[in-house]
Design a protein around this ligand. Structure first.
Ligand code: ATP
Ligand code: MG
Ligand code: MG
Ligand code: MG
Length: 431
């Protein structure tokens, strides 16, 4: 008899199969027991009919405790009433691992409790669906960039420098020297682009974010493509195709998960329609002012401004050409203006804010050297980076997508801590 994952039930209708599963809930009457089960691929119902099984199997089914692991034998039937579409009529149950009194009961629990029990909570439907979508986004990311001719380049996690600002650094001791956990792989990606043309880094990223928001983790995963020979407009086109590809693949491959999350597919479909609007920072400030926001030219947008801008267009929107003073030193100067840089943030609608930050990179050695000094960064640390401008520099652009921002938005989840298996925030480092 074949051992299967229940997600493949459709290929085994009316067949007898074996499934390794855990009990999530149960109810029974004198004649029938309904077991709610999960096997890691889906949530489904097993039915034990007293008249059709040995007496001890029916008794065992009635006594199983939540989270007991079992091997069940049974026949798959279609079941249009469930999210999943199939159920299994059980003929035999073998207990593999007993379960103690399980702390996460079917009643409502608070967020802190669930996060304290994250190692167990991952088993439940909402985290399950989010993690499967996260996995699909990762899978589709590799597919997209491989198809586009990119090489994945792994950037170091332990670094000697802090390109995104010194206030959000995690410092550690590196054999007696200070070292920092990576805030971005970008500078290394630039070295990679000069070596292999188009590269992307994808790794853990650390920022000691001191504020508590729904969008900031202290440890998150970032995908950072960097493209030699690409100017900003080509990069924006790549970004929007990438985002549309992610959303389309989630729609195509995660229908069951989106149903579990109650995520409206028609809303998601709108995000696959290109192009995304582009709005200059100058115009964004005007639009915000016209709509009652108290913003001055020169400030970075916060969550209310970002939410308004993307909702205004009902689509992800690029805000382009930010003030130089609020952006990183490596961004390219605007050819006609000294006060802005050729940069873009992609803002997601429905209140999810910035999901991508990117720019064209300046290629001028003397300018970058001056910018590094101006920002109080050490020339010793950035000498290797400046080398990239000394030996055959070419126009190049790149961007960073926060994986958890994308997952939170695409799944329609309220808080970014739900989008990573074991979240790290200002108040949480366990489990
Ligand atoms: P924000 O303005 O939201 O603080 P940022 O401008 O500081 O973000 P970037 O340095 O541009 O972020 O990093 C690129 C991307 O990484 C962001 O667009 C976002 O998707 C993601 N990101 C940045 N900080 C965090 C964080 N603390 N937690 C999760 N994702 C983050
Ligand atoms: Mg930030
Ligand atoms: Mg930002
Ligand atoms: Mg940014």
């Amino acid at each position: 008899m074949e051992s299967i994952n229940i997600i493949d039930a459709g290929k085994h209708v009316d067949e007898e199969v074996v499934i390794g599963a855990w009990l999530t809930n149960k109810r029974s009457s004198g004649k029938i027991a309904f077991l709610q089960l999960r096997d890691g691929s889906a949530y489904f119902q097993g039915v034990v009919i007293k008249a059709n099984v040995a007496e001890e199997i029916f008794e065992l089914a009635k006594e199983l405790k939540q989270e007991t692991s079992i091997k069940i034998t049974g026949t798959i039937h279609e079941d249009q009433r469930s999210h999943f579409g199939y159920e299994i009529e059980i003929s035999n149950i073998e207990v593999i691992g007993e379960s103690d009194e399980y702390p996460i009961t079917p009643k409502e629990h608070g967020t802190d409790f669930l996060m304290d029990n994250r190692h167990l909570y991952l088993r439940h439907q909402k985290p399950f669906a989010i993690m499967k979508v996260r996995n699909e986004i990762i899978r589709a990311t590799y597919e997209f960039f491989n198809n586009e001719g990119f090489t994945k380049l792994d950037a170091p996690i332990l670094t000697g420098s802090a390109p995104e600002g010194t206030t959000e650094l995690f410092e550690t001791d590196y054999f007696g020297q200070p070292a920092f956990l990576s805030q971005t792989g970008q500078l290394y990606a630039e070295a990679g682009a000069m070596a292999y043309g188009k590269v992307f880094t994808f790794g853990p990223t650390f920022r000691a974010e001191k504020s508590k928001t729904r969008r900031h983790l202290t440890e998150f995963w970032m995908i950072e493509p960097e493209m030699a020979w690409m100017h900003q407009e080509d990069s924006l086109e790549l970004q929007e195709r990438y985002i549309a590809f992610l959303v389309q693949n989630v729609i195509d491959h995660c229908a069951y998960e989106l149903k579990l999350l109650d995520r409206d597919i028609e809303t998601l479909r709108k995000y696959t329609q290109l192009p995304f609007p582009r709005l200059s920072y100058d115009d964004a400030v005007e639009l915000l002012k016209e709509n009652g926001f108290d913003v001055e030219w020169g400030v970075d947008f916060g969550s209310p401004e970002e939410t308004f801008l993307a909702n205004h267009f009902e689509k992800p929107v690029f805000i382009v050409n930010f003030p130089k003073a609020i952006k990183a030193f490596y961004m390219k100067r605007h050819p006609l203006r000294d006060d802005v840089v050729i940069s873009a943030d992609l803002l997601a609608p429905e209140g999810y804010g910035e999901i991508i930050g990117g720019s064209e990179r300046d290629t001028d050695y003397e300018y970058l050297k001056a910018r590094i000094e101006e920002q109080g960064l050490s020339l010793d640390e950035y000498g290797w980076y400046l080398d990239l401008r000394k030996y055959g520099s070419v126009p190049h652009s790149g961007f960073g997508l926060g994986l958890e921002r994308a997952v939170t938005w695409i799944t329609g989840t309220e808080h970014i801590r739900e989008a990573i298996p074991f979240p790290r925030t200002i108040t949480r480092i366990r489990p």
